[in-house]
Design a protein around this ligand. Sequence first.
Ligand SMILES: CC(C)(COP(=O)(O)OP(=O)(O)OC[C@H]1O[C@@H](n2cnc3c(N)ncnc32)[C@H](O)[C@@H]1OP(=O)(O)O)[C@@H](O)C(=O)NCCC(=O)NCCS
Length: 184
Amino acid sequence: MLVERKGRENEWLTMVLEVNYKLKRFKPSDLEGVIRINRECLPENYTTLFFMNLYKRFPETFIVAEVNGEIVGYVMCRIETGIPSFKLLGITKRGHVISIAVLPNHQQKGIGYALMREATQAMVNYKAKECYLEVRESNLPAVGLYKKLGFEIARTARNYYADREDAFVMARQLPLYGVNNKYP
Ligand SMILES: CC(C)(COP(=O)(O)OP(=O)(O)OC[C@H]1O[C@@H](n2cnc3c(N)ncnc32)[C@H](O)[C@@H]1OP(=O)(O)O)[C@@H](O)C(=O)NCCC(=O)NCCS
């Protein structure tokens, strides 16, 4: 287990919003739960092979959130080599958030934020210098989440999605491994 904590514990609405969740690295027995969340929450769905391939290649950045033994959220990422969005660092390692989702009845309790924090910390361990992702322009909850985590809009990718909606490409620099390898 990576983390066990209470969401929103200091707020006056604690009694309503309190949630105990655990963050863990994905394991193959979590696959069914992850696929269910992906299908319920997002139009971008993937094959079993795609999920398992990301898990095998980048196990540290595939994290699940569990509440009372049920998988309620996940984030999965890929480590790539490419040109960063903001700084001219030359070719560098970048963490790419491929998919994140939290079941509707567990949303707005801090789980998405915690999943992203854990995944970006793992990217630092892979020595990635930047994290980036694509998000639908209309997806205000997700854009809000990424802004809260320090992401900025780097550019717009026109007709990025199958239904031709544009995507914001959002990115943020990651702390250097070995210098300040704790995500701020
Ligand atoms: C985006 C998503 C993962 C956020 O997960 P979550 O657990 O609800 O998010 P959190 O509770 O950690 O919220 C963190 C921040 O995100 C933003 N946010 C989350 N839900 C929001 C909403 N409904 N409206 C506006 N902002 C929202 C806020 O900035 C929030 O911080 P705050 O509580 O201090 O205001 C979740 O809404 C989801 O699964 N959506 C469907 C799938 C999806 O769109 N994935 C992203 C694809 S790019």
